[in-house]
Write a protein that binds this ligand. Structure first.
Ligand SMILES: [Zn+2]
Length: 265
């Protein structure tokens, strides 16, 4: 065979190998990781939402955790991450949508980035001055990503206070799913409830500003933050929220379709 023929055959061979490689790569789905005993231990110890579920619901919760981890990439940036970090991201993602039985995945999320500490808005620097962001839903080049400060992600579960950075950011993502991050999750709220919801937000923001509410002050920033802050409190301390804010509790129950009442002790 002449050299040109040999080159053609070699080229064709390489092309076929490459085509096979990409086809194979595209169709390969990662195997579902088993639910780790250390995850169950952590959830039982640290996550009140999980403890309040029935045993059947706990299994569903665990299966939703696994589906989330299969669909979304979690990357440590300048920090090593472990199985508990992954669990906390997935737990924050599953809690707010747990009662939506037809919610299979976040349509607007591909990747979660975990930073070693608080970062600066704008350039995401993790060193230097003015680093006060603990978590955010990305936009622009960071669209379809969420970023967390690792210690803050842990603190939300370990302190079981009124705030939780993980849940907070995923509520923003739910809010964003209808196209506008505006504190009004239109597709979860039937049309006739939109106006009463906005009125309730402004009434509560006023109460926070005049010191008559235990909703964390950051909730008074605007209606977007109000939804994330009040929603997080609702999931973190449901019984206290129900007694302090009965009207708001009912509205958030309608929004998140919670079955909390079935499990009240
Ligand atoms: Zn926020």
């Amino acid at each position: 065979m002449n050299p040109v023929g040999m080159l053609l055959i070699a080229g064709l061979g390489t092309g076929l190998v490459l085509i096979w490689f990409f086809l194979f790569k595209k169709t390969k789905t990662p195997a579902m990781k088993p639910f780790l005993p250390v995850w169950r231990e952590y959830l039982t110890k640290e996550v009140q939402f999980y403890r309040n579920l029935s045993s059947d619901e706990r299994l569903q919760f665990e299966s939703r955790i696994q589906s989330f981890l299969q669909a979304v990439i979690i990357t440590g940036v300048g920090t090593d991450i472990n199985d508990i970090d992954r669990l906390l991201v997935a737990t924050s993602a599953v809690i707010p949508v747990f009662h939506f039985s037809n919610w299979t995945r976040y349509p607007n999320l591909d990747e979660v980035l975990i930073y070693p500490n608080a970062f600066r808005e704008g350039d995401y620097a993790t060193q230097g001055e003015d680093r006060n962001v603990l978590g955010m839903v990305g936009w622009g080049p960071m669209n379809r990503k969420i970023i967390f400060s690792r210690p803050s992600l842990h603190r939300g579960f370990e302190q079981e206070g009124l705030t939780n950075t993980g849940i907070h950011e995923f509520i923003h993502l739910i809010d964003k799913a209808d196209g506008a991050t505006d504190g009004v999750p239109e597709y979860l709220l039937e049309k006739q409830y939109v106006l009463p919801w906005i009125q309730l937000i402004y009434q509560e923001i006023e109460a926070i500003r005049s010191g008559k509410s235990d909703i964390p002050p950051y909730g008074a920033t605007n209606q977007t933050e109000f939804f994330a802050v009040a929603g997080t409190y609702f999931f973190q301390q449901p019984h206290r929220f129900a007694s302090e804010h009965p009207e708001l509790f009912q509205m958030l129950e309608d929004i998140f379709n919670s079955t909390l009442n079935k499990h009240q002790k």
